[in-house]
Design a protein around this ligand. Structure first.
Ligand SMILES: [Zn+2]
Ligand SMILES: [Zn+2]
Length: 329
């Protein structure tokens, strides 16, 4: 099973734990409309992810098979030794740093990444607020790893671990972590990244490690209380479909769409679109593998990724329903 799929129950358990802790401490960390938007973005991005996974894995695998440095220099292929795994993990984290930093300064990339930053809250559901189209471009930043000849599954494992790590740092309930703050990207560092104050803008781009920010001069410690969201407040709705709720009277469009109906609509749309799309993409991938465009290894990685995306997108509406029924905020 895929690493991200395995992590999903832990994601939801952590959301539950954060809600519980916030309730005990009487801290209003969640806003229903905002969290529903987070989950809706998560569902949409999983749908788009079926297409993007094909592009990413096929593209990476194609470059690695044809253009890796081993074709030119007498270098050995990558082994599966612990040292090799650590090296690939570091390379992936470094590529993530530059991809993320570029996503904040290149308009075309920011157009995708802005979705993740448009929440004015900061909690674990914000981690699921991901763009649908950012992945069309972001994979290009990982091609240097393909050029170094790293096999596609080795890179995918490290990349998945990296993304899974980044889930838990979206919280206000964890304070500083002592000496770990020097090396790791922590909730404190990531709160700075999501803040809109001038001194916090375009800081702390790291994925797992914060050392890249320290090395490349983009680090800022958390000194004042962060104000979350974009520098210009949105005039468009924070929610992709939009509804008005008691907790968010300013929010979204002026017509009342019950959040429950919205989630059911999102789930049904997903089911109607994603399942046939997944089938089409798998057929395309199979044709690619048969014609030798990319390896069988890449094909099996792809089909795993497709299953994972379907699982995530089908589960998210249930989390939303859980939030609405339990009304923890
Ligand atoms: Zn960012
Ligand atoms: Zn984030």
């Amino acid at each position: 099973m895929d690493i991200i799929t395995l992590s999903i129950p832990f994601f939801f358990a952590l959301i539950g734990l954060e809600l519980l802790v916030a309730r005990v401490r009487k801290r209003p960390l969640y806003r229903l409309s905002d969290s529903i938007s987070d989950l809706s973005c998560g569902i949409l991005s999983q749908l788009a992810g079926i297409l993007i996974a094909l592009l990413t894995i096929a593209g990476y695998s194609w470059v690695q098979q044809r253009w890796s440095i081993q074709h030119v220099l007498p270098l050995p292929a990558w082994s599966h030794s612990p040292l090799a795994w650590v090296t690939v993990f570091l390379l992936d984290d470094l590529a993530y740093y530059w991809m993320h930093r570029s996503s904040h300064v290149v308009n075309l990339l920011w157009a995708g990444h802005v979705v993740h930053h448009s929440s004015e809250e900061f909690n674990l559901t914000v981690a699921l607020r991901q763009s649908s189209l950012h992945g069309l471009m972001s994979w290009l930043f990982y091609l240097p790893i393909a050029l170094l000849g790293v096999p596609v599954t080795m890179w995918l494992v490290c990349h998945a671990l990296n993304l899974v790590y980044q889930f838990w740092i979206h919280t206000r309930e964890v304070d500083r972590l002592g000496p770990l703050e020097w090396i790791l990207n922590t909730p404190s560092h990531h709160r700075v990244h999501h803040a809109s104050q001038g001194s916090y803008l375009d800081r702390n781009f790291g994925g797992v490690l914060i050392i890249w920010d320290r090395l490349f001069g983009s680090f800022a410690p958390e000194l004042e209380r962060p104000v979350y969201g974009l520098t210009k407040k949105q005039t468009s709705p924070t929610s992709p479909i939009g509804f008005k709720s008691k907790t968010d009277p300013q929010g979204a469009f002026d017509y009342p769409i019950n959040p429950m109906k919205k989630l059911i609509a999102a789930g049904a749309t997903y089911g109607a679109l994603a399942l046939p799309l997944r089938h089409q993409m798998l057929e395309l991938a199979q044709a690619g593998a048969q014609s030798g465009t990319f390896s069988l290894e890449a094909y099996s990685a792809l089909s795993r990724r497709f299953h994972q995306r379907v699982a995530v997108a089908l589960l998210l509406p249930f989390v939303g329903l859980g939030l609405m029924v339990l009304k923890p905020f």
